[in-house]
Design a protein around this ligand. Structure first.
Ligand SMILES: Nc1ncnc2c1ncn2[C@@H]1O[C@H](COP(=O)(O)OP(=O)(O)OP(=O)(O)O)[C@@H](O)[C@H]1O
Ligand SMILES: Cc1ncc(C[n+]2csc(CCOP(=O)(O)O)c2C)c(N)n1
Ligand SMILES: [Mg+2]
Length: 340
């Protein structure tokens, strides 16, 4: 049954528009009216397109979670506290209409929104002849400063939260299972499911980020395109280089089983695969004890994977990569990049 725009918006308001902090006017007027209570505002936007960021047959609950998670991850990377979101939906025709779809999408979204205390305060809903496309604006506040890409310093350690590469390995498995080109996984069904869960339900590292910025960390971003590509953004913005030890990249036990010490798989999944939504941050060694204690408090492992080096006009690459004591040349593909 086809839905009409205003019926769909009314359903979105009912299923998703719960009360939030500082919302003077939420869904229903020409714009939202929000109270930042004297704090400064941090804003970010990310778009997800069917066929590019997710498979068109994704369960809407998984899509609801992931669409919100990748946006909250950008706020986490700044050290901001999420408050509000705006959601733009461009929906292709669907024979059975979007009633059940919105209900399921809302369930996945709310599972994370309630945990993160973030309210949907507006958006836009349109029909499209193209693929299903979602665009989310995430708004948050900061108490003191933010973590920036251009704030790395020579001698900083390079840290990563959680583990890298699970989602990328799961994506390869999903491609192969759909008869598309990809690398097959060599692991048990239990491991494959653990990896798939990382692909579908990334966890924005909000609590650790907030603690880290309060502890004086000034340089971070979130890892969405791939560790090497995203570290490159920090190095370029900061005008510096780095040394990275491939064997220090943190791997889940499931991914370790799939990689089985194979260099090509290490390069493909944890180093360049992307879709991780972990934080990469740089901090002076003097903060190591504090950071380890914060990580323990958040029950989130953090791992030092390298060190920031001075700029070198003679160096061909921005990263010196080592594996088992050997210097490695960087892979051609450093991570995900849209091509137009
Ligand atoms: N169309 C655009 N108009 C204005 N600013 C843009 C546009 N596209 C990107 N930017 C800005 O460029 C910067 C880098 O964007 P980018 O999308 O690469 O980062 P990101 O959102 O952290 O990464 P990812 O999209 O992989 O999660 C951000 O400040 C972003 O706001
Ligand atoms: C169906 C399907 N194909 C490919 C990928 C991989 N992928 C797409 S975008 C992206 C980086 C972040 O995107 P952006 O820079 O747009 O935020 C990655 C790793 C996927 N998740 N699903
Ligand atoms: Mg972006």
């Amino acid at each position: 049954m086809a839905n009409e725009e205003f019926a769909l918006i009314a359903q979105l308001q009912k299923d998703l528009g719960h009360v939030g902090k500082g919302v003077r006017l939420g869904i229903g007027d020409d714009a939202a009216w929000l109270d930042t209570e004297g704090r400064t505002l941090v804003s970010s936007m990310d778009t997800l397109v069917a066929g590019r960021h997710f498979f068109a047959d994704v369960h809407p609950a998984d899509l609801g979670w992931k669409a919100l998670a990748v946006n909250l991850s950008d706020l986490a990377a700044m050290g901001a506290i999420p408050r509000w979101c705006l959601l733009s939906l461009a929906l292709p025709p669907l024979a059975e209409g979007y009633g059940q779809w919105v209900q399921d999408f809302a369930a996945g979204w709310l599972a994370l929104a309630e945990r993160a205390d973030v309210a949907l305060v507006g958006g836009d809903t349109v029909a499209t002849d193209g693929p299903l496309t979602l665009s989310i604006t995430a708004l948050g506040v900061v108490e003191q400063g933010v973590m920036r890409r251009d704030a790395a310093s020579v001698g900083d350690l390079i840290w990563v939260t959680g583990t890298l590469g699970d989602a990328a390995a799961a994506l390869d498995r999903a491609f192969v299972s759909r008869g598309l080109p990809g690398w097959a996984l060599n692991c048990s069904e239990t491991c494959a499911q653990a990896l798939e869960n990382r692909r579908l339900r990334p966890q924005p590292r909000l609590d650790f980020a907030r603690a880290a910025v309060a502890a004086g960390v000034t340089c971070a971003l979130d890892c969405s395109d791939g560790f090497l590509a995203d570290l490159g953004h920090i190095l370029q913005a900061s005008g510096l280089r780095a040394r990275v030890d491939l064997e220090h990249l943190p791997l889940s036990s499931a991914l370790r089983e799939c990689i089985d010490s194979d260099l090509q798989r290490l390069l493909r999944w944890p180093l360049t695969g992307g879709d991780d939504y972990e934080l990469i941050f740089c901090a002076p060694p003097s903060l190591t004890g504090t950071l380890m204690a914060l990580a323990t408090n958040c029950a989130l492992p953090i791992t030092a994977v390298g060190e920031v080096l001075p700029a070198d006009p003679h160096a061909a690459e921005d990263v010196d990569l080592y594996w088992q004591g050997q210097s490695l040349s960087l892979p051609m593909n450093r991570g995900h990049q849209h091509v137009f």
